[in-house]
Design a protein around this ligand. Structure first.
Ligand SMILES: [Zn+2]
Length: 276
C-alpha cells in the first residue's frame, strides 16, 4: 500500500481509506475547519502567539510550525493518512489472527486539576514494552502491534473528575491468553469492581480499528447506574473548557508522540518490521 504523497489530490487519502473499508476518514475540509476552531480556542485561552500563528498557517501539505504538534489537525490527518494503511498492510502480513487490545492502569488516572499532562507517556510506553517483553520471554513469540495512548475525562457517580489514560493496540502474532497473561495489571493494583483493566477483542477491519486507536478526539465518560443496577458510562464530547485544556496538552506533545509501536518502527515515514 503506497503512502500518501504531496502530489496526490488533497482528498486522495480519504479515497484510499474508503478502499480499506474506512468510509468516514476526515476530509481536508474537516481538518481545516477543526484547525480554525482550535486556533480560536487557543487564542481565547491565551496560548503562546507563536504557537497560534504557526497552527494558523498549517495546510494539508505542510505545517506552519517548525516542529508539528500532536494538537495540529492538519498534521494529525497526515500522520493518520500514512500510518493507517501502512499498519493495515504490515499487521495483515503477519501470521495468525489480529486482536484489538485496550489497556488501562490505575497509575494512568490523575486528578482533574492536575490535567492530562500529569500522566507520563514514557511510563505508559515502558509499561506496554515490559508487557510484550514478558510475552516474548514466556512464549518465544515477537508480536507486532500498532496503536496509541489516549486520554478521556472520567466523571464518577459522586461527581469526582479524573483524567484517565488508556492504550489501544492492534496486535498480530499473539493469542488472547498470551496477551492476558502478559499485559494484565496484576493483583498489586486494586481496581473498582466495574473496571476492566484489559480487554482483548477480535478485529473485523484493521483500518477502522486503527483509525479508532489513533484518534485525536477525546470524550468525557459520565458514570451512572444502569437499569440493571450496574455501573455504566455515558460518553459525551468534552465541555468547551476541558476541550481547550485537552488541546493545549496535545499542543505540547510532538506530532505522533502518543503513537505506540511494538516490533516495528517508522523509518523515513514508512512503517517497517523490526527484525528479531
Ligand atoms: Zn501542523
Amino acid at each position: 500500500m503506497p503512502d500518501t504523497t504531496a502530489s496526490d489530490p488533497p482528498d486522495a487519502a480519504s479515497e484510499r481509506m474508503a478502499t480499506l473499508g474506512l468510509h468516514n476518514f476526515e476530509t481536508t475540509a474537516d481538518a481545516t475547519a477543526r484547525q480554525q476552531q482550535l486556533v480560536r480556542g487557543l487564542t481565547r485561552a491565551g496560548a503562546l502567539g507563536g504557537l497560534i500563528r504557526g497552527l494558523a498557517k498549517c495546510t494539508p501539505e505542510t505545517c506552519g510550525l517548525s516542529r508539528c504538534r500532536d494538537g495540529c489537525h492538519e498534521g494529525q490527518r497526515r500522520l493518520r493518512a500514512g500510518l493507517i494503511p501502512q499498519a493495515d498492510h504490515l499487521l495483515r502480513a503477519q501470521p495468525g489472527p489480529l486482536l484489538s487490545v485496550t489497556l488501562v492502569h490505575p497509575r494512568w488516572e490523575v486528578p482533574y486539576e492536575a490535567g492530562p499532562g500529569a500522566i507520563s507517556i514514557p511510563a505508559v510506553k515502558q509499561h506496554v514494552k515490559r508487557g510484550f517483553m514478558r510475552l516474548t520471554a514466556k512464549s518465544g513469540k515477537r508480536p507486532t502491534a500498532v496503536g496509541a495512548f489516549e486520554v478521556c475525562l472520567n466523571r464518577d457517580a459522586d461527581g469526582t473528575k479524573t483524567w484517565a489514560g488508556q492504550v489501544h493496540l492492534i496486535v498480530a502474532g499473539a493469542t488472547r491468553d498470551e496477551l492476558h497473561a502478559a499485559l494484565g495489571v496484576g493483583k498489586r493494583h486494586p481496581l473498582p469492581p466495574y473496571a476492566k483493566p484489559l480487554v482483548v477483542e477480535d478485529v473485523s477491519n484493521t483500518a477502522r480499528q486503527q483509525a479508532y486507536a489513533l484518534k485525536r478526539y477525546a470524550e468525557q465518560r459520565i458514570a451512572y447506574l444502569a437499569a440493571n443496577g450496574r455501573q455504566a458510562r455515558r460518553h459525551l464530547p468534552l465541555d468547551a473548557r476541558d476541550q481547550r485544556r485537552f488541546d493545549r496538552w496535545l499542543c505540547r506533545l510532538s506530532l505522533g508522540e502518543r503513537v505506540i509501536l511494538v516490533g516495528c518502527k517508522r523509518l523515513n515515514g514508512q512503517l517497517v518490521s523490526v527484525a528479531p
